[in-house]
Design a protein around this ligand. Structure first.
Ligand code: AMP
Length: 191
């Protein structure tokens, strides 16, 4: 987890590569559908452009479909999901009914004003339709409001690993790997 611009996507890719599991980004799945003008893409485009969340039922169905694919057998890393308590409960139930569960929930922390600056820079480089200042601020508000109870849920389950997301990609990655290795050692699982 991490606010928009916290480096979530980049760190998710590095983390998934380290563990040899697929990184599943709901945002990327939505963007690919918007680009391909699929029925799903047409349905979610306006919502995403406005910086709001796609309805839970739609998002949950996409994740369930994706987790059933063969490459998720050894494990998976979710990037940008769950984002609501409804999605949290859906995921808990889905994994329990498939004999699994989460090993850790990583939360990246970065100062919000630094994030707005980072996102405006990304908007210039990548031209994402949801990367203008108003939408960015709306996405930050949505994120902060929706995420606090999720963090509490995972904290209570002992799954939360909080990481300082300031610094270079490599610095943040090193912090994250160290924290996850320490956690794996503490719970007696191979890193
Ligand atoms: P991201 O690339 O993760 O920042 O996601 C981009 C946008 O996709 C978000 O601002 C939401 O509109 C939508 N989105 C991605 N993941 C979810 C989710 N788990 N629940 C609802 N909407 C989502």
């Amino acid at each position: 987890m991490g606010a928009p611009g916290a480096g979530k996507g980049t760190q998710a890719t590095g983390l998934a590569a380290r563990y040899g599991v697929p990184a599943i980004s709901t945002g990327d799945i939505f963007r690919a559908n918007i680009k391909g003008q699929t029925p799903l893409g047409l349905k979610v485009k306006a919502i995403i452009d406005a910086g709001e969340y796609v309805p839970d039922e739609i998002t949950e169905e996409i994740v369930a479909d994706r987790l059933q694919q063969d490459d998720c057998q050894p494990g998976f890393l979710l990037d940008g999901f769950p984002r609501t308590l409804h999605q949290v409960h859906f995921l808990d139930e889905y994994l329990a009914s498939h004999g699994g569960g989460l090993d850790a929930v990583v939360s990246l922390h970065v100062d919000p004003e630094a994030l707005v600056a980072r996102l405006l820079d990304r908007a210039l480089k990548e031209g994402r339709a949801d990367d203008n200042e108003d939408t960015i601020r709306r996405r930050m508000e949505v994120y902060a409001g929706q995420t606090a109870p999720l963090l509490m849920h995972y904290e209570a389950q002992g799954l939360l690993v909080e990481i300082d997301g300031t610094g270079t990609v490599e610095e943040v990655q090193r912090r994250m790997f160290e924290a996850l290795d320490a956690r794996a050692a503490a719970v007696g699982r191979p890193a």
